[in-house]
Design a protein around this ligand. Sequence first.
Ligand code: SF4
Ligand code: SF4
Length: 297
Amino acid sequence: MSQPNIPFPQSPVLPTMVDEKYVIQFSCHKGISCWNACCSNIDISLTPYDVLRMKTHLGISSTEFLKEYTLPYEMDKDSIAGVKLRAVENGSACRFMKPEGCGIYEDRPTACRYYPVALLSMRKQDEYVDRDSYAIVKEDHCKGHEVDRRITIADYREEQGLPQYDELARGWRQLVLKKKSSGATIGKPTLRSRQLFFMACYDIDRFREFVSAESFGKLFDLPPSEKEAMLADDVALLQFAFRFLRQVLFGEESISLNAEAAQERLVKVQEKRLIEEREAAKKRALEAESDMVEDDE
Ligand code: SF4
Ligand code: SF4
């Protein structure tokens, strides 16, 4: 076990990282004295797969879900965005909390399933694999730790349906880790790439329109049957979204470009660069001229 840096002395996260074999003592069940205490004061980040499950449960589009039920936040300063569950108006409780428990239990988000365990995905700069470790969260109000039931984290993950949730959000976690680990070299992402990241990861219904558009079809060469199947399946489309983002954000080419469109695009980029270079040369010439006038005076 290693000791991570815990930046906040009051943090309820125990300062120890553990693996799947670690045994926790915990049980949460209706009738416990703290029932719903955790859902009364929320700070829940959502994965793209969480958004997909919740919007499907509610029978609304991802665009409506994001607007009505979430708040965007910056994962790092000037970096890519995440989304958090929005609490009730003028309060901190979850909007899905009901006296009998979670109103969307079968589609509750990853963070709710994990509690009181926290997933820590990490990647070392020189490694291509992500490593999952876990931390335990102990908050005074949660009496689940006092119940005499012992379970390994591996079994707890199974019990809470987490392997599927983690697998379908893995592509997103990898993008976030890659962005964080390459931040200094790649620099601040442009507004356009941040918007693309947000749409492709969280707003799957808008991403579907984007992929269906003529301009996308002109640029990317996808076999029609593969494209059709993907457009009809949110989960497949989300996995494609991660692949698309790896290509446009990190240059990991896995989607073939239409040769003609790629050539056209290259010509446009070169033209744009030429115009920028001319503008810069003009500006430099004007500055040099003005320096010479100042010297003469
Ligand atoms: S989604 Fe459900 S489990 Fe999660 S905070 Fe809301 S009510 Fe609680
Ligand atoms: S035991 Fe913990 S997780 Fe369960 S209701 Fe109480 S505070 Fe929430």
